[in-house]
Design a protein around this ligand. Structure first.
Ligand code: GLU
Length: 398
């Protein structure tokens, strides 16, 4: 059997692989401190679950339009208007099986062999693979820890070639938690508008998880020309603790949304009808649970960052959003833990899991193995115990 070149070059998702290893260890009776996958530990709010139960009881168990129900698209359009000052027709919105699926659709219809996609690093593991699957070339822009891992307009300008088709922006960022300000996005937008062949894919799935009085800004909202060049990706997973329900959405110029709709009509058809009903309740309903979750995330971030920064050799900018810390651990490279040499984030992540049962994702998944990603979507008691373990292990590295 010969698999396609496309299939052969896919690296499976390391974030999901680490999560499944941690869950397997847990199932076999090992106490694991799981900071691997980015998944809120909170339960889905009750009113959202009830909307799903009501949908089942009302017989909403059949196909819906492939791109989502009118009710959900109306809720999404109203959300864009209310929260992002963006006006979209329902025909410009495609609801999919998670934001990951929305991103997949966008890359599939926008890029092919011979195209380049500018991807600021550190990047989310699936952004890279989704660029490669349709045969496009990722052009990686290495950002600096010193400015919170944000691509500068100069860096963007230098990376653009006549082949550049898409620029990926992910704010708040997975894995760094970096949040671009309006001024920073405006400056990037100006560079993008100098090149008419470029479309922006703006992954905004962590939109609601911003802290310290920061504001989430969608690059599409900055001016009508940029809106015409942007695919906005969002979803309910992160904001409403609905990762398992798999609802994401894209809003884009109608030419793009129609292409994505056609693709989806031949692949997955509609996302789950029941999850769509639940998502209407999430988007239209009480937003207090989101605020409560954010308040809790900030406490955890502050505590965990304080603990990490108190460990010699570790540096880490304070992230303004999402629920990840992305410390630089390269000061430990070239040293050993009880005779075991450490040369990378991968080595250190393996040690943390094997020796003290703390699961983290090595930076290699995100384009830089000098780092580790800790997801702090875990309760404070677990974080406290895990940080004690991390500290103890690192102290033993000589
Ligand atoms: N976005 C989350 C993460 O990075 C979910 C897992 C995944 O789909 O990669 O951990």
């Amino acid at each position: 059997m010969k698999l396609t070149a496309r299939a052969m070059q896919i690296s499976p998702s390391l974030t999901l692989a680490i999560d499944s290893k941690a869950k397997q260890m847990k199932a076999s009776g090992v106490k694991v401190f799981n900071f691997g996958v980015g998944e809120p530990d909170f339960d889905t709010p009750q009113h959202i679950k009830e909307a799903a139960i009501a949908a089942i009881n009302a017989g909403m168990t059949k196909y819906t339009p492939a791109t989502g129900t009118v009710q959900l698209k109306q809720a999404i359009a109203a959300k864009f208007k209310r929260e992002n000052n963006l006006n979209y027709q329902l025909s410009q919105i495609v609801v999919s099986t998670g934001a990951k699926h929305s991103l997949y659709n966008a890359f599939q219809v926008l890029v092919e062999e011979g195209d380049e996609v500018i991807l600021p690093a550190p990047f989310w593991v699936s952004h890279l693979e989704q660029i490669k699957i349709p045969g496009a070339e990722p052009v990686i822009v290495i950002t600096s820890e010193k400015n919170g891992f944000k691509m500068t307009p100069e860096q963007l300008r230098q990376a653009i070639t006549p082949k550049t088709k898409v620029v990926l922006i992910n704010s708040p960022s997975n894995p760094t938690g970096g949040v671009y300000s309006k001024a920073e996005l405006r400056a990037l937008g100006e560079v993008i508008l100098e090149h008419e062949q470029i479309t922006v894919i703006s992954d905004e799935v962590y939109e609601k998880l911003v802290y310290d009085g920061l504001e989430h800004v969608s690059i599409a909202s900055l001016n009508p020309e940029l809106k015409e060049r942007t695919v906005v990706i969002n979803g309910v997973s992160k904001a409403y603790a609905m990762t398992g329900w798999r609802i994401g959405y894209a809003a884009s110029p109608v030419e793009i949304s129609q292409a994505m709709a056609g693709l989806q009509s031949h692949s997955t058809s509609n996302p789950t009808s029941i999850a769509q009903a639940a998502s209407v309740a999430a988007i239209n309903g009480d937003q207090q649970p989101v605020q409560d979750m954010c308040a809790e995330f900030v406490k955890r971030r502050d505590y965990m960052l304080k603990r990490l920064l108190s460990i010699p050799g570790i540096s880490c900018p304070q992230p303004g959003g999402a629920f990840y810390l992305f410390p630089n651990v390269s000061a430990y490279f070239g040293k050993s833990y009880r005779g075991q040499l450490i040369n990378s984030g991968t080595d250190l992540a393996a040690l943390l899991l094997d020796k003290v049962q703390v699961a983290v994702v090595p930076g290699v998944a995100f384009g830089n193995d000098d780092f580790l990603r800790f997801s702090y979507a875990t309760d404070l008691a677990t974080i406290t115990e895990a940080m004690n373990r991390v500290e103890t292990l690192l102290k033993d590295i000589k």
